[in-house]
Design a protein. Structure first.
Length: 99
C-alpha cells in the first residue's frame, strides 16, 4: 500500500510544543474466505519543536531540516503546526503526581 503522511497531534508541555510528521501504511490480504491477515507501520519522518528559542525542525536522526524540506515532506504541515492549537497536553510533574 502507498505510504500516507500526516501531522501528528501537537503536544504542549510548559513553554514547549512538539509534533511529528508521521508516515503510515496499513495493508490487508485475504485468501478466499478462509484466511485474512494484515499489517501496518507508523514512523516519524520529521520532528517539530517550538519553544522559547523558536522552531526546530529535524529528521528522526537529528539532522536539521529546512522549511523547503519540511514543505516537500508534507505541504502545509509547518504552517498548521505554527498556527494550530494543540489537541493534547502533557501534564506537569505536579499534576501527574496528583493523579
Amino acid at each position: 500500500m502507498t505510504p500516507r503522511r500526516r501531522l501528528s497531534p501537537v503536544l504542549t508541555c510548559g513553554g514547549w510544543r512538539v509534533a511529528a510528521v508521521e508516515e503510515w501504511t496499513v495493508s490487508a490480504w485475504c485468501r478466499g474466505e478462509a484466511a485474512i491477515w494484515g499489517g501496518g507501520s507508523k514512523h516519524p519522518v520529521a520532528i517539530l519543536l517550538q519553544g522559547p528559542g523558536g522552531v526546530l525542525m529535524t529528521a528522526p536522526d537529528g539532522t536539521p531540516l529546512t522549511r523547503a524540506k519540511m514543505e516537500a515532506l508534507l505541504p502545509g504541515a509547518l504552517g498548521r503546526f505554527l498556527n494550530g492549537t494543540s489537541r493534547d497536553t502533557l501534564l506537569t510533574e505536579e499534576e501527574e503526581e496528583d493523579r
